[in-house]
Ligand binder design. Structure first.
Ligand code: SF4
Length: 383
C-alpha cells in the first residue's frame, strides 16, 4: 500500500449499469449508450472484499444511470451487502440523474435498504439546458417529477450540480432554487474537461471565484443548505495542524465497473483507454479481493505518477494543505499525464473558493464575525 494512500476506502463506487438514457452535453461517460449490467456475482465479490477491519464504508451506486438497471436487478445487487448493512458496516447511496422515473416502488427500495438518495440537477430550468435526453429534449420536468415523488414520500435527498460557464454568475439563484427544492445538502462540480467531455467549456478562475464568493455570501445569510465545498473549507479551517496532517491521506476511491474491473483514484477513469496507461484497471474483484487490489496499487504507472505529482504539489503550491492534491483524473484529462500538477479543476474548485473566502474576509475585516462566528451553511468548524 502506498504510504500516501488511506489504508481503506471511505467510498466505493459501484456501476450497476453503463447505460444512461440521458445525453447531457457535459457527460464524461464514454459507454453511456451501452447496456452492460452488473451481475449479482460481481456484487457479491465486492461485498466479500470489504475487510472486517475496515471502518464503515459508503457504497455509491453510480452509472450510467443506476436506476436504468431496473428494480429487480438492483435489489439483487444489494442482497450480498445485507449482513454488512445490518451490522452498520456499509451505507448505500444512489446518485441518479433522473434518467429513469423515481417511482413509489423505487422509494420502497430506498426505504427498505436505507439508501441515501442523490439527485443531479443544475439549478433552475434555464441552467439545465445541458441535461437532455437522447432526442435532445430537456430532462428538467422529468427530474423535478422524481424529486416531487421523493418529497411526497418524505425521503431526504442531496443534490449534485454542475456549474457551467453560464451558471457562474448565478450562484444566488441556484442556491435559492436548491433551498426551495427541499434539499439540505448540495455539492457543486465546476465543469471540467473529463472523459467524453474533452471539449467542454471550463469556466475561468475569475468566473469561478465570483461563483464561490456569491456562494459564501449566500451562506452567510442562510443556514438552509449545506454546500459541500463551503463545509469542507470551513471544516479544514477549524482543524488543528495535527488533525490536518492526520486527515491527509488520499482515499483510493475504488470504482468497480459492471464486470468487476476496478480503477483507482478517479471514477472518471472507468472505460477510458490511453496509449500510456492502457485501461487504468487495477484488478478485477472476481479474481482478487479489494484489499489485495489496493495493496498492489502502487505498481500502476498512473498511481506512481500521481504520487510523484503530490510531492511536487506539496513543495510548490500554497494551497496544498487544504487541497491535498485534488483529483488525479483531471491531471490526465487536461494534461495527458498524472505527473502534471495544476489544473483548471484545482484552480476552479480548490483555489477559487479559498481565494474567494480570503477576499471576503479581507474586504470586511470580520474574521470573528458573520462568516467566522456562526459557521456557514449550517456548518460548524471541526475541532
Ligand atoms: S491546488 Fe492544484 S497545484 Fe495546488 S496542491 Fe492542489 S492540485 Fe496541486
Amino acid at each position: 500500500m502506498a504510504p500516501w494512500m488511506a489504508e481503506q476506502p471511505k467510498t466505493i463506487v459501484a456501476q450497476p449499469t453503463t447505460l444512461c438514457p440521458m445525453d447531457c452535453t457535459y457527460c464524461y461517460l464514454l459507454e453511456r449508450h451501452l447496456k452492460q449490467e452488473m451481475t449479482p456475482q460481481v456484487a457479491s465479490a465486492i461485498a466479500h472484499g470489504i475487510a472486517a477491519s475496515w471502518e464503515p464504508v459508503e457504497v455509491v451506486w453510480h452509472g450510467g444511470e443506476p436506476l436504468a438497471v431496473g428494480l429487480e436487478r438492483f435489489a439483487e445487487l444489494l442482497q450480498p451487502f445485507e449482513p454488512l448493512r445490518r451490522a452498520g458496516r456499509v451505507r448505500h447511496k444512489v446518485q441518479t440523474g433522473g434518467g429513469r422515473p423515481i417511482t413509489d416502488a423505487w422509494c420502497d427500495v430506498f426505504e427498505q435498504y436505507e439508501i441515501g438518495v442523490g439527485v443531479s440537477i443544475d439549478g433552475p430550468r434555464e441552467l439545465n439546458r445541458h441535461r437532455v435526453d437522447r432526442g435532445g429534449r430537456p430532462m428538467f420536468d422529468r427530474t423535478m417529477a422524481g424529486i416531487e415523488t421523493l418529497k411526497r414520500r418524505g425521503i431526504p435527498f442531496t443534490v449534485l450540480a454542475v456549474v457551467s460557464q453560464d451558471g457562474t454568475g448565478q450562484a444566488g439563484q441556484v442556491l435559492d432554487f436548491m433551498r426551495d427544492l427541499g434539499t439540505s445538502w448540495v455539492g457543486f462540480n465546476v465543469e471540467a474537461k473529463e472523459g467524453a467531455n474533452s471539449d467542454g467549456q471550463t469556466p475561468s478562475i475569475d468566473h469561478a471565484r465570483r461563483f464561490w464568493r456569491d456562494t459564501f455570501e449566500w451562506c452567510r445569510r442562510s443556514n438552509d443548505v449545506t454546500v459541500r465545498e463551503v463545509s469542507n473549507l470551513w471544516g479544514f479551517l477549524g482543524l488543528t495542524q495535527d488533525r490536518r496532517d492526520a486527515d491527509s491521506r488520499h482515499d483510493p476511491i475504488p470504482t468497480i465497473a459492471w464486470n468487476g474491473d476496478v480503477v483507482l483514484l478517479s471514477p472518471e477513469l472507468l472505460g477510458v483507454r490511453s496509449i500510456t496507461y492502457d485501461d487504468f484497471i487495477a484488478g478485477n474483484v472476481l479474481e482478487n479481493d479489494l484489499p489485495t487490489i489496493l495493496l498492489r496499487a502502487d505498481e500502476l504507472l498512473y498511481v506512481q505518477e500521481f504520487a510523484a505529482a503530490l510531492k511536487t504539489c506539496k513543495q510548490t503550491c500554497e494551497f496544498f494543505s487544504f487541497c491535498q492534491g485534488a483529483h488525479a483524473g483531471d491531471r490526465f484529462f487536461e494534461h495527458g499525464t498524472f505527473a502534471a500538477t495544476e489544473t483548471d479543476h484545482c484552480r476552479n474548485s480548490v483555489q477559487a473558493p479559498v481565494l474567494a473566502l480570503a477576499e471576503l474576509l479581507n474586504r470586511r475585516g470580520e474574521a470573528d464575525d458573520g462568516l467566522g462566528a456562526h459557521g456557514a451553511c449550517g456548518v460548524e468548524p471541526r475541532h
